[in-house]
Design a binder for this molecule. Sequence first.
Ligand code: NDP
Length: 721
Amino acid sequence: MARANAHAQVHSDRGDDSLHEEETRRREPEDVRRRQLIDATIESLAEIGFNASTLAQIARRAGVSPGLVAHYFGDKDGLLEATLRSLSLRLYRATAARLAMAGDARGRVQALIDANLAPEEFDQRTSSVWLAFWGQVLHSERLRRVQRIYQARMLANLRHDLRSLVAPGDVHRVAITVAAVIDGLWLRSSLSAAGETDSVSARQVASLFVDAQITAARDSLSAPAPATDGSPCMISRPPLHANHIGGRYRPTGGATFETRNPATGEVLAEIEIAGEPEVEAAVAAARQGQKRWAAMTGAERGRILKRAAELLRARNDELARLETLDTGKPIQETSVVDVLSGADCLEYYAGLAASLSGEHVDLGPSAFGYTRREPLGIVAGIGAWNYPLQIACWKSAPALACGNAMIFKPAELTPLTALKLAEIYVEAGVPEGVFSVVQGFADTGRLLTRHPAIAKVSLTGEVGTGKKVMTDAAGTLKYVTLELGGKSPLIVFDDADLDDAVSGAMLGNFYSAGEVCSNGTRVFVHEKVRAAFLDRLVARVAKMVVGDPLDPATQVGALISPDHMEKVLSYIAKGKAEGAKVLVGGERVVANGLGKGAFVAPTVFDGCADGMSIVREEIFGPVMAVLSFTDEDEVIARANDTEFGLAAGVFTRDLARGHRVIGQLEAGTCWINHYNITPIELPFGGVKQSGLGRENGKAAIEHYTQLKSVYVNLGRVEAPY
Ligand code: NDP
């Protein structure tokens, strides 16, 4: 008996220890634990292969319970998918690091070869794991998807660099051949006896092969052209992008539109327009995808969204460059704001996803009630052109976190980065159909706003568009969130720190060349400090660098299009005609090679009156109107005298006054002693004609969910008949 007890004691001590360890593990940061489990999987695959690597065996190896592995990855497939992603991501990062160091196009192709055939990819452990996956890819859709993405990336990189090395017609063929040679060399080296080939010789072979391909392609280009039948010769065309529906690109072969770089006029790409069949396909895919997505737990959805946020961050440079090309905004902005704000948003809602819940309602001893917070179903997002990727993230992140599927239509002027977001969502593991991108003009937007299967529309755009969208949505009684235009006031009191106030006014008028909805374009400055404020403002604005948006030194890039530039210039002309005085700027910029682009100098008007067009109407360009005031009540009344109500700012050292004034301003988003800062945690949106509903913060959850009330009877049913 005593022995039995002693034995039991040892056993239970062990149990306590392992429980304790398990508990400690549960408290470790999630990423670290996921990493450990992935490492254990790699070890297991390397040592005992695919079939013998069971969930229980991997859990044992990692020293955790199979339940914990299931908690993080669902099942063995989930764990294997995460492991393949992790291996691919490591290779992607190594490739990106080498590409960043490479000098020219040939050097970049070499960087790809070197990364894929690097010594660390040939060690016994890594190569046997890759081989295990390659064998399974044929049998698993999940693994195949990861593999496809990895291959697509490699080909996209090769095509990009080969464009300047071989004739346009040869790019695709040479890219595929080079990719095949890299894969073949790796396979041969991994499977052959030690010493037959290694990383160094494999890289040499690949390098010689690439040179031979480039030379052959160039030779064929310089060879005399064969006799033709007189048909026009092939001209290199910009890339063609299809709609991204149900997790992949779906070419229509139909009508297209062009997107141009507004800094140069160059055509960046042709985009296929989504008509009714494409919108119907997106809705059908969303129906399927949303069911699977909503059936996941919030924590599972959150984990996938967090992965998407990580992918956005990892590709910040590439996406920022694309956004700069498509919008004309300076790379110094897009590389620190546009992509990262999108990633912040995904991360924020990834964190909230697990906490979404209803509430319990006490109804006395014989009943209780509860509410379920449920997704709306399929929702539509329609974006403006000024922050294309950020808007796509701000709309899709809360929508997806709440279990909805979203069909997103970017503005026709900036269609490129939303497609990248769709690719990233797929790569992160968002099920097919949960996020689709349909391209086109207002007609495509209307197909969404009138569609009976779509439960909600979230639009960012002009006030007029907002009214049309609301009218169309009324036909099927959709929920509507509208983020619309503004003509916001920024008030500088006589006790303000003037340098800060000037900084705020510049941020609130010239960031993104003034194409920001919340800009404080009516700058009310107390008469006592007006002259000093203007002196400092003009001195700083005159030094702003207008130039090539891709140049990191550029502070003001191009406006979105030549048409929009004409609109902004016409407002400047109106301001002059109505008697306001230009203190700095006031014209188009064409010097230093900017003549092909839509550049307007940052402009400050003084001597403005409340009734002028430049003070009443949204210009959406780098045009600031300075007005003076003397009295607090007076300035509040004038600030509120507008149909808009998006934003407002106050600069004062008197914090009591700051809060008092903000409390009376009719605006949805306000700043005290700053301007245009929009952290994801704070709800963003307008009052009056600047919008309905809120984006960001916990408030957005209300706009992407609906409550179901459930009454639960615990007693008998009393019926009077
Ligand atoms: P628009 O209102 O012209 O367009 C917005 C989007 O709506 C575009 O995708 C557009 O398609 C689409 N659209 C246009 N008409 C319809 C319709 N009848 N039905 C459905 N969709 C339609 O805005 P801009 O793109 O010109 O963006 C600038 C405006 O956006 C400014 O007023 C700015 O203040 C506002 N804005 C507001 C923000 C906020 O958060 N409050 C933030 C950013 C901008 P397409 O363009 O392809 O034809």
